[in-house]
Design a protein around this ligand. Structure first.
Ligand code: FAD
Length: 292
């Protein structure tokens, strides 16, 4: 099933993101997460691809196959081009076709200053165009409600996003954010720029302090006062902080669904407890939104 078909039905899409287990761990270690979230009947589950990943690393494919053939859930395969040549992409996409995986999130990936990037594809839009040329895939792209960290301006980032959509991205998933007003402003700018594909809001429940420090360094998300007060108040009480982080994410999702968002993409961090708690609260809202 091509994921873009879901949006055509006017659905509020609900999806998850998981990452493959570490190379040293067996593939089965992801099963506890998938066992827990399968009952939520997500519309699809995306599977990350290691920064610097290449054709030698098949862990994303293994998880995608588990989803598709054991759990009956549509996988969205993340594929980065920063470390892949055209031949690598040909090899990987052949494997996807052989295994009936037809949804790809085309990404550039973060540039590691110590490893020169491969230069067959400079941007995600180049990879998107190449995948469209091959045919047979529904291709999604990433977007940044607070602007990508490398962009000189929001306008430049939106222009580049438009190139990605013109290249063939038929659905976008946003970077995480903690203040919904950034997402609404971004949505307005995108629509005014004639970017009309569905845009899912990426929500990450923050459940410990080190997670937030890492995330903010990597993606530059702003932290609203309500969020920082919560972190400071409960930083030495891990259970309380986790519950506050879950409640914060639920609050964001309720507001987004009330505003008629195209979809919610939940970064699960492979934490079944957190995914279950969030789904308990927002599942009925998603069902209600889809009963229009
Ligand atoms: P691009 O779209 O190429 O954008 C990168 C920068 O280049 C931006 O500043 C953009 O404005 C600019 N740009 C884009 N196109 C052009 C153009 N045609 N001309 C000039 N400038 C241009 N990383 C991983 O390693 N693995 C993952 O699995 C992964 N999953 C992700 C999932 C989501 C939903 C998101 C939001 C991010 C994910 N990332 C992942 C991180 C992502 O790879 C980084 O944010 C990376 O820095 C940019 O990737 P991109 O695909 O958005 O790049």
């Amino acid at each position: 099933m091509k994921i873009n078909e879901l949006f055509k039905k006017g659905k509020t899409v609900f999806s998850y993101e998981v990452f493959p287990p570490k190379k040293t761990a067996p593939i089965d270690t992801i099963r506890s997460t998938l066992d827990a979230i399968k009952d939520h009947s997500p519309d699809f589950i995306s599977v990350t691809y290691g920064a610097g990943g290449n054709r030698a690393d098949m862990s994303t494919l293994e998880v995608a196959l588990l989803l598709k053939h054991t759990y009956g859930i549509e996988p969205l395969f993340h594929l980065t081009c920063v470390s892949n040549t055209r031949e690598d992409i040909d090899y990987i996409t052949e494997k996807l076709k052989e295994n009936d995986i037809e949804n790809i999130l085309a990404l550039r990936g973060d540039i590691n200053p110590d490893i020169p990037p491969k230069d067959d594809f400079r941007h995600a839009s180049d990879l998107t165009a190449y995948l469209m040329e091959k045919g047979g895939f529904s291709v999604a792209g990433a977007c940044y409600p607070e602007c990508h960290v490398e962009s000189a301006s929001f306008l430049e980032d939106i222009r580049n996003l438009k190139k990605k959509v013109e290249a063939g991205a038929d659905h976008l998933i946003s970077q995480l954010f903690f203040d919904n007003s950034f997402f609404y402003d971004f949505l307005e700018k995108a629509r005014l720029s004639d970017i009309n594909v569905p845009i899912e809001a990426g929500i990450m429940p923050v459940v410990n302090k080190s997670q937030i420090e890492r995330m903010v360094t990597m993606c530059g998300a702003s932290l609203p006062r309500k969020f920082t007060s919560m972190m400071q108040r409960f930083e030495s009480h891990p259970d309380a902080l986790r519950e506050a982080g879950i409640a914060y994410a639920i609050d964001q999702i309720i507001d987004l669904i009330s505003h008629g968002v195209d979809g919610i993409h939940l970064y699960t961090m492979n934490n079944p407890y957190v995914a279950n708690r969030i789904y308990e609260s927002v599942g009925p809202l998603i069902k209600a939104a889809n009963q229009r």
